[in-house]
Unconditional design. Structure first.
Length: 270
């Protein structure tokens, strides 16, 4: 059997065999938009159910669009919505990002929903996942804990204080730094500064703890420059801005180019 999309994705991240993956981030609830982004040279596509307007049905369809394009789909669930985590894995997601994981207890609850025994208590029902991965039910059961990734978001003071305990939970495969919420937390609500020197310092410390525990680290970058900085720092999986920001930036660039071209001289035929 050839290596599935999920297997290749999980192996690269879990064994840190990557120079850095760059993922799209989709909050606009349109599966066709996810398909368009999946056709671009992103390494993965994240479907954001926390702040995006997705429901389970549309997210499952988007996962299918991404998987059929040959890319791994990752879903970020709403805070504490671990029931949706298992349903999105059933729908074929290669990984789950869980926000606001602030303690080992939170991490353990996350693992319960996303891993089968003996690591967790995920209930059986991966109909779409079987279709996309091409496994028999028995083969999927034996390999699912390895071919899916569970990613805990670290974005509060409590999470930073408990980072070693979170990383030590068996079944937590990696962490995702949420720099915006983290900057709000560290400033006690005074500033939104995801690209500040203080956040850079915290990210470097988090990277060191991940290296110590042998686990991967991810983060949200506001644009391509920030994503590149994170990759240079040693992060394994980064976002280069969200869909709405990229669409607006592309629209502004096209309009600016058209205006500048028009101002440069007439091209009308006589």
């Amino acid at each position: 059997m050839s290596t599935s999309t999920s297997e290749a994705f999980a192996e690269k991240l879990k064994k840190r065999k990557t120079d850095g993956m760059i993922s799209a981030w989709i909050g606009i609830p349109d599966p066709l938009l996810a398909n368009f982004f999946a056709q671009e040279p992103f390494d993965a596509v994240v479907i954001d159910l926390q702040h995006g307007m997705w429901d389970i049905a549309s997210a499952a369809t988007a996962i299918g669009q991404v998987r059929l394009a040959g890319k791994p789909a990752v879903a970020r669930i709403p805070v504490g919505d671990f029931a949706s985590a298992s349903r999105l894995l059933d729908a074929g997601a290669s990984g789950i990002i869980a926000p606001m994981i602030n303690s080992a207890s939170d991490a353990e609850q996350f693992v319960k929903a996303t891993k089968y025994l003996p690591l967790g208590e995920r209930s059986w029902g991966p109909a779409l996942a079987l279709n996309y991965n091409g496994f028999s039910p028995d083969a999927y059961l034996k390999s699912a804990n390895q071919l899916t990734v569970t990613i805990a978001m670290v974005e509060t003071r409590a999470a930073l204080e408990a980072i070693d305990e979170i990383l030590a939970v068996d079944g937590i495969d990696g962490i995702f730094i949420g720099p915006s919420d983290l900057s709000i937390a560290l400033s006690d609500g005074a500033a939104l500064a995801p690209n500040s020197a203080e956040i850079d310092r915290v990210m470097a410390q988090a990277l060191e703890r991940c290296q110590h525990h042998g686990k991967f680290i991810c983060a949200f970058g506001s644009d391509g420059v920030r994503a590149g900085q994170l990759l240079k720092l040693g992060f394994h999986f980064v976002i280069a801005g969200g869909d709405s920001a990229q669409l607006r930036a592309g629209a502004r660039a096209a309009i600016t180019t058209a205006r500048e071209t028009a101002a440069g001289g007439s091209t009308k035929q006589a």
